[in-house]
Design a protein around this ligand. Structure first.
Ligand SMILES: O=P(O)(O)OC[C@H]1O[C@H](O)[C@H](O)[C@@H](O)[C@@H]1O
Length: 542
């Protein structure tokens, strides 16, 4: 098991010896610390100097990575080996953004030609809609796109479109419906006109309850004012289950394929990205893919100690397994990137929230952390209190563009100063002595100093990464997402879990379906647990 490996034990010893080391002192003794613990690649700069690490820590963490056969496993992923062992599938989201001209084989067949054919089909579809060549049944250009899908078939297109708002095409409004909660579809449908609306159902499996229900409701709503004949002009589908899409009455030319070797949470790079391509235009969508590819090349070729995703992953393991950090907070200091924590939540928590190893053994150590967060500076006025002063260690990723797209003066300087100020406060803290001195300087009287000084102490020594980029272009966003994907991959390798399945979501779905039967059919016997039976009764009698 992992904890009994010499590499892990060395890290335990190192942790015990250095647990009291203060980052403040590390900075004091090494004026080059920023240069030594930062790197730039693919348009992204990572400053990881505000972490509780020394050269030795990084060296020991790299040893851990090497001893996990990381490099071999990385190459296996890129080369199409069936590394998703529980589903016996390769994991090839990287092939979807492979601009290298290198073939990628699955069972002896190069998958690149089918990827390229689908990209061309997507490009034509997107351009035809943008240029008003593909129109609704009355000949009017589409003004709205309603995208129906959930999980990976929703978060990627929605959050990436939001993040790239400055690139959005003004003539087309893209809306998203994920939840089966009728409020969601009601809200969206009340804003659009069936004559000029295109519906896209996105579902890898096309068996997802919420997506099927929403698609049928949208279709009924559409047919109310048109006829079933008109559906073919207004409905498209992205799926690996082409047959089921045809059964839904969707025209073959409006069906975009994907493959079972693309995981849902990695699928924004596939035709699932269609809503994003419609929102920002195909050329920008291609730049997004290129950004992903640039990070892939870095991840594949850079040495361990200069490898951005590997460094991020190892820092995460360091805090998760040695400091007992239960969560990781993401703080984008950029309003348009506010959805990032929700996106990384699915990516990270669905990938590494596991407790069984690849060789089917229960794990004795923690794996994926809880991912949470929201945009800065908003969090500073609510939950940052706990990050600064509670006993719980919460490593932070700060993210910020150096330049905004707007020209509103003064705002970006203030945003940046808050971002840097927060990481500084977390790192340096404020000792009792410093608090007292500051209070004296501010002419506080002795009793006030006695009463308040301990409350104002900031322990400091709280770790953070700062991730900066010039502007959040489609390319940089692609690199950023690819960076987090590889971070999660590396951690999964170290923790020896399958990062590409998600068996844990199945039981809830199955039970939800059983409950639905009992809720809708009063003759069904209530033979579940006491609580669920009573809840169903209450619902039936409402
Ligand atoms: O794309 P679909 O097949 O509709 O799946 C949508 C989502 O549902 C599942 O429950 C999985 O947990 C997700 O990984 C997936 O992205």
């Amino acid at each position: 098991m992992l904890p009994s490996t010499p590499e892990w034990k060395s890290l335990v010893n190192h942790y015990n010896k250095n647990v009291h080391v203060q980052m403040r002192d590390l900075f004091k003794h090494d004026t080059e610390r920023f240069n030594n613990f930062s790197l730039s690649t693919a348009g992204i700069m990572l400053d990881y100097s505000k972490n509780r690490v020394t050269d030795e820590t990084m060296h020991l963490l790299m040893n851990l990575a090497e001893s996990s056969d990381l490099l071999d496993k990385r190459d296996k992923m890129f080369n199409g080996a069936a590394i998703n062992t529980t589903e016996n599938r390769p994991v090839l989201h990287t092939a979807l953004r492979n601009f290298s001209n290198r073939p990628v084989y699955v069972d002896g067949v190069d998958v690149m030609p089918q990827i390229q054919t689908t990209l061309v089909k997507l490009e034509c579809f997107v351009n035809d809609i943008s240029l008003g060549k593909k129109v609704g049944h009355t000949g009017k250009a589409f003004t709205d796109v309603v995208c129906i899908g959930i999980g990976g078939s929703f978060l990627g297109p929605k959050i990436m479109s939001e993040a790239l708002k400055p690139y959005q095409q003004p003539q087309l409004k893209v809306h998203f419906i994920a939840n089966v909660d009728g409020c969601h579809i009601y809200d969206v449908l009340s804003k659009v006109n069936p004559e000029t609306t295109l519906f896209i159902t996105s579902s890898k499996t096309l068996t997802t309850q919420e997506t099927l229900r929403n698609t049928l409701t949208a279709r009924d709503w559409f047919v109310e004012t048109t006829t079933a004949e008109e559906v073919k002009y207004h409905f498209a589908c992205v799926t690996s289950n082409v047959e089921a899409a045809q059964k839904l009455g969707i025209e073959k030319e409006n069906i975009f394929p994907m493959w079972d070797w693309v995981g849902g949470r990695y699928s924004v790079w596939s035709a699932i990205g269609l809503p994003l391509a419609l929102a920002i235009g195909f050329d920008h969508y291609r730049e997004f893919l290129q950004g992903g590819f640039e990070m892939d090349e870095h991840f594949s070729n850079a040495p361990l100690e200069k490898n951005l995703p590997i460094i991020l992953a190892l820092l995460g393991v360091w805090y998760r397994n040695f400091y007992g950090a239960q969560s990781q907070v993401l703080l984008p200091y950029y309003h348009y990137l506010r959805g990032l924590p929700a996106y990384i939540q699915q990516l990270d928590m669905e990938s590494n929230g596991k407790s069984v190893s690849l060789d089917n053994k229960p794990l004795s150590y923690d794996t994926g952390p809880i991912i949470w967060g929201s945009e800065g500076t908003n969090g500073q006025h609510s939950f940052h209190q706990l990050i600064h002063q509670s006993k719980t260690p919460i490593p932070v990723d700060f993210l910020m563009p150096l330049f905004p797209y707007h020209e509103v003066s003064n705002h970006h300087d203030m945003l940046a100063s808050n971002c840097f100020g927060q990481s500084q406060a977390l790192m340096a803290g404020q000792s009792l002595q410093e608090v007292k001195a500051a209070m004296k300087k501010a002419n506080c009287d002795e009793s006030e100093i006695q009463k308040l000084s301990t409350h104002k102490v900031m322990e400091g020594n709280k770790p953070s990464n700062t991730i900066l980029f010039e502007k959040l272009t489609p390319k940089v966003l692609g690199s950023l997402i690819s960076m987090y994907e590889h971070k999660v991959f590396v951690q999964g390798v170290i923790w020896r879990v399958n990062s590409f399945d998600q068996w844990g979501v199945e039981l809830g779905k199955a039970l939800g379906n059983k409950v639905l039967k009992k809720i809708t059919d009063p003759t069904e016997i209530l033979n579940m647990d006491g609580s669920t039976n009573e809840l169903i009764k209450l619902y039936r009698n409402r």
